[in-house]
Design a protein around this ligand. Structure first.
Ligand code: UDP
Length: 311
């Protein structure tokens, strides 16, 4: 009998890549999504596969799936700053109530639970790169707190269930990830810059563009997630690409790769926008023998191809 995995947020950007990955490894996949920010376009090519089941369900409500379940992966959440500012209450609820419901479900099934956490738990970090031992610098009442604090609560909930109920858990802290199936208008820097470059519109750099991010291609991330799921380590473990870019340099890179005639226009920096972000992946290297393989030019070229077809 195949192993059976439930993936919340399975119609989202990372979730849909996970669905594919597990199907390729001969799992039965139950994809749970309420389609607030996820999309059926991301999974419609899987509908003919009998090992794939889509459940249009909001994971903040009780979930029932018949039969044994081996793994529960909780990936449901708005994940771009624009999305979680547009859906602040749903973001808080899916991080809090959604974690509660999904981990309670894992406990009932005796399944291993995997929480998708985030580099946002480090807030606007005062150390760079960020190791897992850093406790972070989060503004609890700022606009980003609906996401940051929900994910911090989700980590606490996961560890609470692990310590009190002995649920077998894994926590990953995901850094900026990019690739095909990001929503064209999700407001994050990669879709924005790529769409602007393709349409020969100026790239909107927020602030002076000296803030940094480090970008990991989605296939590298998915491989790391699988390795962490199969490992003996509870985590949290950072997964991301340590290749750190100033946003202004990143804008110029995209202009070059897209052979675009666009210029650059400066816009105001959103409140509490982290000034620097780069994962310390020492732990992932050691525990999972994992590191990213896809170089930025290659990953962005694939992403450009995807957006060209979608535009
Ligand atoms: N950013 C930008 N222009 C855009 C979108 C984002 O300069 O059109 C900047 C944003 O201010 C941040 C970085 O790019 O410093 C990454 O933003 P994103 O929304 O992708 O995610 P974050 O890493 O902040 O969660």
């Amino acid at each position: 009998m195949n192993k059976r995995v439930v993936i919340t947020g399975g119609a989202g950007f990372i979730g849909s890549h996970l669905c594919e990955y597990f199907l390729e490894k001969s799992y039965d996949v139950f994809c749970v999504d309420n389609l607030i920010t996820g999309s059926l376009d991301n999974i419609s090519h899987l509908f003919g596969i009998k090992e794939f089941v889509f459940m249009n369900h909001d994971i903040t409500n009780y979930i029932h799936v018949r039969g044994k379940i081996d793994y529960v992966l909780h990936f449901a959440s708005p994940a771009s700053p624009v999305d979680y500012l547009e859906h602040p209450i749903q973001t808080l609820k899916v991080g809090a109530l959604g974690t509660h419901k999904s981990i309670g479900f894992a406990k009932d099934k005796g399944a291993r639970y995997f929480l998708a956490s985030t580099s946002e738990v480090y807030g606007d970090p005062l150390v760079n790169p960020q190791p897992e031992t850093y406790w972070g610098n989060v503004n609890p009442v700022g606009p980003r707190s609906v996401y940051d604090e929900a994910k911090r609560f989700a980590e606490a909930m996961t560890m609470g269930y692990h310590r009190f109920h002995k649920v077998d858990v894994r926590i990953v802290r995901i850094f900026n990830t990019y690739g095909p199936r990001m929503r064209l208008n999700d407001g994050r820097v990669v879709p924005n810059f790529v769409m602007q470059a393709i349409h020969n519109e100026p790239l909107t750099v927020y602030g002076d563009g000296t803030q940094t991010r480090s970008f990991c291609y989605v296939s590298d991330l998915v491989e790391g997630i699988y390795r962490l799921l199969m490992s003996d380590s509870t985590g949290p473990v950072n997964l991301g690409n340590p290749d750190e870019w100033k946003i202004i340099d990143f804008a110029n890179l995209i202009l070059r790769l897209a052979a675009s005639k666009s210029g650059i226009v400066y816009k105001s920096l959103p409140q509490d926008d982290p000034k620097m972000r780069r994962p310390d992946i020492t732990l992932a290297r050691k525990l999972l023998n994992w590191e990213p393989r896809v170089k930025i030019d290659e990953g962005l070229t694939k992403t450009l191809d995807y957006f060209m077809k979608k535009k």
